[in-house]
Design a protein around this ligand. Sequence first.
Ligand code: SF4
Ligand code: SF4
Length: 283
Amino acid sequence: MKKIAVVSGKGGSGKTMVTTGLFKMLSKTENVTIADLDVECPDAGIYINNKKITDKITTSVFIPSFIKEKCTGCKKCETACNFKAISFFDDAITIFEELCKSCLRCVNVCKTGALTTRKIDYGEISVYDVKGRSFFEGQLRIGDIRTKNLINEVKKLSEKSENTYVLYDSPPGTTCPMVAAVSSVDLVILVAEDSLYGFNDFQLAFSVVRDMKLDYWVLINKYVPENSPVMKWCNENNVAVGGCIPFSDKIHSHYSKGNNILELSEVADCLEKAVSHITGGAQ
Ligand code: SF4
Ligand code: SF4
């Protein structure tokens, strides 16, 4: 199985358009799975037609549960927690559920039985069949911070399929969720928005991918040949650009109405180059 993550430093760069476009193109000839790892705001499903839900899996973790009557006030749990998720106020502890990483160190150091465990749900994974191909969608519980946990669960599940390729629509940005999404993939498609803001965030995403020593392929979206900060920087830094999708109202309007992006040659031509790279062809 070849794992490909599509990333961009910034939201709105065209990452989901590229991921779902690649899924449609690759699906014509290959066994391919797509997984939406943008679990705080999954939207790849909007652009995937003919999908039938086959399963819904709730993801859970164990966190500490406090029994006040058994507490001696020794504060060992507060000291043991590396994430400041437990505080001792007056004569009782407060557990900050949102900060808890479920390591259960506090439960292990409490010798009176005042801390036990309880299960909480933090997300959901929807599994779809798309004409024989698979689509996994992670959705984090509103207000929860276990983004990385859910990303890892979605990845684990999607990698169980026997398909030749798995495509990850990664979360935007360059923080822990993005790093979790690209960890151990075989190829990163770096989507750069050709604006000054997009250029800044592309540089950040590029440095993460380079520091993690991952194989990458650069795609410039909303490309403006006569004034392209991304292309200029790539040329100056010997970074190969695999393909470009031009800045165009037509593309934006077509995509935002939910139409098949492969109907536009400006997009299809670029994604064909990416597919060729993914499948081991040219570029
Ligand atoms: S370690 Fe146990 S007994 Fe000590 S303060 Fe924490 S809950 Fe109470
Ligand atoms: S389970 Fe770990 S992170 Fe959560 S409160 Fe206990 S020590 Fe802190």
